[in-house]
Design a protein around this ligand. Structure first.
Ligand SMILES: [Mg+2]
Length: 504
């Protein structure tokens, strides 16, 4: 678990543990629980929590018009501060420093109570994770029912009054159908729990959209006359539908214990309909979210207008889940892995990797580093350029080290430079290790990596790899070619569940 030290003029002022929050007054002094009144709160400092985020950051949220200065500019919006970042409040300088840089792996740990007043701002909103906003109703009765209705918002509950696809401002909405408020009221009367769940990625780049969205929710709640929970995926991480992150958050921290659960949404993967002229759904993220979380699913037409579903599963435009199609490859994986270990144990070798990004190359290279600290493992992404890799390869082989080249090396030309060096030195063990993974699985793996805090790899890079690809063969000058399948490894149940989900 990480924590943060907040320094005031170079003197330690606060210690903020992961997931914790401090309520501060206008002088940036801590407000203790008993004397906190709404009007005196000026700032909330909250620390990111490794259960939800791999980013180590402190968030400063100014309230009621409070301002602070960062990089000489006055600011009144929420900012994420990272290690060494400085900011000023009332002309006093504060700095954020990590007291521990090592993040605990596995971000879904034991159930803990996170719902305490310091997390929720005056308007009922909280930021429980990176790319996630949650509205917490004041009425505790809202949490008591095991009967839960999840609703997508846009084109399910409301639609733009202006008639376009996207709303123009906070007031640009009407009910999706006039029956919607009546049905919501009826659900509310039965005591059911109502949770809106909305993807709003554009908030990542345009912070004004957050205020607009919150204002719209206030208007909808005003019209309905009651509050309900709202989950907003405001970024591209694990909380974005269809990823099941929000469902896990509610289960772990917001007393969700669904005995009966239904998801209603318009992103259902429906094909275009020639008769009605209806366009195909822009995605299947609502339906896939339901699949990922094990919920029943209805489209708005089915739920509000009692239409009978006319779509067979086979008609739906849903991409198969490459991870779920993955077979148990452990025997073959271990066999190839043992072979490589044997080779490195026995003789000086050059091992050249080939494979898509996201096919397990660097993970495998790391296991080699642990077993063979004396071997030069050259990771192209860490070294920065292929030229540098080639230079380091030459140097290492010259001083008698074995070398492993961890790069995508899709074609003969990319591997030839390394082979030439090996041949110059008369090396008699030149191995190709091919990570045998189909593009769909590599794409899924890249998505999984990106939403769990890793690098973002665009699909284009994978397509370009596929285009260039030439299978490694002995005719290029390898003394042996070995292939290795993909074998996923997890550190927690949540990781396992997330991996086998449909991902955004
Ligand atoms: Mg929608």
């Amino acid at each position: 678990m990480w924590s943060f030290n907040i320094f005031k003029n170079e003197k330690l002022k606060f210690v903020l543990n992961a997931g914790g929050a401090l309520v501060l007054d206008e002088h940036f002094e801590l407000m203790l629980d008993e004397n906190v009144t709404g009007n005196e709160k000026r700032f909330i400092l909250s620390a990111s929590d490794p259960r939800f985020s791999k980013i180590q950051a402190v968030t400063i949220s100014p309230l009621s018009g409070a301002k602070y200065t960062i990089n000489g500019e006055e600011e009144e919006k929420i900012t994420h501060l990272e290690d060494e970042d400085k900011f000023d409040v009332s002309a006093v300088t504060y700095q954020v420093r990590f007291s521990s840089k090592k993040a605990k792996t596995g971000f879904w740990l034991k159930t803990q109570k996170v719902k305490d007043a310091s997390h929720v701002d005056l308007n009922g909103w909280m930021d429980p994770g990176k790319g996630f906003m949650y509205f917490c109703p004041e009425d505790q009765g809202a949490f008591s029912s095991p009967v839960v209705y999840f609703f997508d918002m846009d084109h399910t509950i409301i639609k733009p009054k202006s008639g376009g696809k996207f709303p123009e401002n906070a007031s640009d909405w009407i009910w999706w159908h006039k029956i919607v408020p009546e049905r919501l009221h009826r659900l509310r009367t039965t005591g059911a729990r109502i949770i809106f769940i909305s993807n709003q990625k554009s908030m990542e780049t345009d912070v004004t959209l957050k205020d607009e969205f919150q204002e719209k929710i206030r208007q909808i709640q005003d019209k309905l006359g009651f509050e309900f929970e709202v989950c907003v995926a405001s970024g591209s991480g694990m909380f974005r539908k269809p990823s099941p992150g929000i469902f896990h958050f509610l289960k772990e921290y917001m007393k969700l214990d669904p005995k009966s659960c239904l998801m209603v949404g318009d992103a259902a993967g429906r094909p275009a309909c020639k008769i009605s002229g209806k366009k195909k759904d822009f995605s299947a993220s609502d339906r896939n979210f339901a699949v990922n979380c094990g919920l029943d699913f209805r489209t708005p037409e089915e739920f509000f207008n009692s239409q009978v579903s006319k779509y067979k599963e086979a008609d739906l435009k849903i991409k198969p889940n490459a991870a779920r199609a993955l077979k148990d490859n452990s025997i073959k994986f271990n066999k190839s892995s043992d072979l490589i270990h044997d080779i490195l144990k026995r003789k000086k070798s050059l091992i050249i990797f080939t494979g898509y990004p996201g096919c397990g190359k660097s993970t495998f290279a790391k296991t080699l580093t642990r077993s063979f600290p004396e071997v030069a493992i050259l990771c192209r992404d860490e070294i920065g350029s292929t030229q540098k890799c080639i230079k380091l390869c030459k140097e290492a082989l010259h001083i008698g080290k074995s070398v492993v080249v961890d790069a995508t090396n899709p074609d003969i030309a990319s591997r030839q430079k390394y082979l030439e060096i090996a041949h110059e030195l008369d090396l008699d063990s030149i191995i190709s290790l091919f990570f045998d993974v189909e593009i769909d699985l590599a794409m899924h793996n890249c998505r999984y990596r990106a939403i769990t805090g890793g690098a973002v790899i665009k699909d284009m890079i994978l397509y370009s790899h596929r285009k260039k690809f030439e299978a490694p063969s002995r005719s290029e000058g390898f003394t042996d070619t070995i292939s290795i399948p993909f074998e996923p490894k997890f550190e927690s149940n949540f990781e396992t569940q997330l991996y086998y989900s449909h991902l955004p």
